[in-house]
Design a protein around this ligand. Structure first.
Ligand SMILES: O=C(O)CCC(=O)C(=O)O
Length: 374
């Protein structure tokens, strides 16, 4: 056995999270602000960035020796799609100038087809390995974080996890999908320069039928300031079709321009449960411009959003689950700004050192679209 601690995860808690019972109980305001305070990053007296949030939901399972860690493999395995061989093949996935302009104008780009329905169904089969309350996946200890229900409220259930690209071959290959990585290379840098792209991390967001919870409005970079500069991007892949009724993703157009001296808005609710919490940190002008629109992603479509884009989603009121597979990227050259481990269970990337190595592979190089370089 590799040496990992024993988990705090409880199967009973997981089953309770999916219990078919709805009450009106919500977290008190006092408790909510205490949670937000506790999990917010801050700079300590020696000027070091501390983020207790990184310790939340940390998985401490032992990892059996025969479980493969896919993070040691930095190329697509070929199980999800056939790896590409020529610049012509790669170039088919390039976005148009109009799409790029739209991204920078609105802060996001939506409804880009990246997977077929059949690929989504195969990914959903793997997804079920992590939402089954009866049986824990043997590779569970490879997750960086796992929350069977991030809100802690059985009537507002949000399964949220990071690190599954290490656990199954299909999730591993998802981070290399050309329709995702080529577009990310075109969108990640405000100077509009195309960039080589590295994996930052992946995420699962699953809302069960009827009791599926909200994802409170937030900017992703509020959780990521331990890596700099802000050359980050999120790709949200709908593996189930998303609607307003099932808690599909919403964006606040233009909010990618909302910052505080170049820094993101503070985290206001780390349990992701309170849709109103962001309001207390907005200016009057921002509040007036706060007009969310649904992305309405079809199955297999993705949206790409800026690290400061304010986004969130409402509860799932339907009788089917709503599951998404999210991949977050950084431009090659982004460096660590923390002396604490950047992702739980991974080795330190010293402050000032470039992100790279086993956990932050290059997933796309701009040369792939140039003749003779593949
Ligand atoms: O699944 C959701 O509704 C929210 C996902 C999210 O926050 C993201 O894609 O960055």
């Amino acid at each position: 056995m590799r040496n990992r601690w024993i988990t705090a995860f409880s199967r009973r808690a997981f089953a309770a999270a999916f219990r078919p019972h709805r009450s009106t109980a919500t977290m008190s305001d006092a408790k909510r602000s205490k949670v937000a305070e506790e999990f917010q990053g801050y700079t300590d007296s020696e000027g070091r960035y501390v983020n207790k949030q990184a310790a939340v939901g940390v998985v401490k399972d032992e990892i059996p020796d025969d479980v493969k860690d896919w993070s040691t493999n930095h190329k697509p395995s070929g199980l999800l799609f056939t790896p590409l061989k020529s610049a012509a093949e790669w170039s088919k996935f390039r976005l148009t100038q109009k799409q790029i302009d739209q991204y920078w104008q609105q802060g996001y780009l939506s409804n880009i087809p990246v997977l077929t329905e059949e690929q989504c169904d195969r990914i959903l089969d793997d997804y079920k390995l992590f939402t089954n309350p009866e049986e824990r996946h043997r590779g569970h200890g490879l997750f960086y974080e796992f929350h069977s229900n991030q809100s802690g409220d059985p009537n507002n259930v949000l399964m949220h996890a990071l690190g599954h690209w290490r656990i199954t071959q299909l999730f591993h290959d998802l981070v290399f999908v050309p329709a995702i990585t080529v577009a990310s290379s075109q969108l990640i840098d405000p100077s509009r320069k195309e960039r080589d792209i590295r994996l930052w991390h992946d995420q699962l967001f699953a809302k069960p039928a009827r009791y599926g919870g909200v994802v409170a409005w937030h900017q992703d970079y509020s959780y990521w300031i331990r890596t700099k500069p802000m050359l980050h991007l999120t790709v949200h892949v709908a593996v189930d079709e998303q609607t307003v009724e099932n808690g599909g993703l919403h964006f606040v157009p233009g909010s990618h321009r909302w910052h505080r001296d170049g820094m993101p808005l503070p985290i206001t609710d780390d349990s992701f449960a309170d849709m109103e919490s962001i309001q207390k940190v907005l200016t009057n002008e921002e509040r007036a411009a706060f007009k969310p629109v649904p992305a309405l992603l079809k199955k297999g479509e993705a949206s790409f959003h800026h690290p400061l884009m304010v986004h969130g989603s409402f509860s799932n009121q339907t009788d089917k689950p709503r599951r998404a597979a999210v991949v977050n990227y950084i431009a090659d050259g982004v460096y660590s700004d923390s002396d604490d481990p950047i992702l739980a269970g991974t080795p330190l990337v010293k402050k000032g050192e470039k992100m790279g190595g086993q956990f932050y592979p290059l997933v796309y190089e701009t040369r792939y679209c140039q003749e003779g370089s593949n």
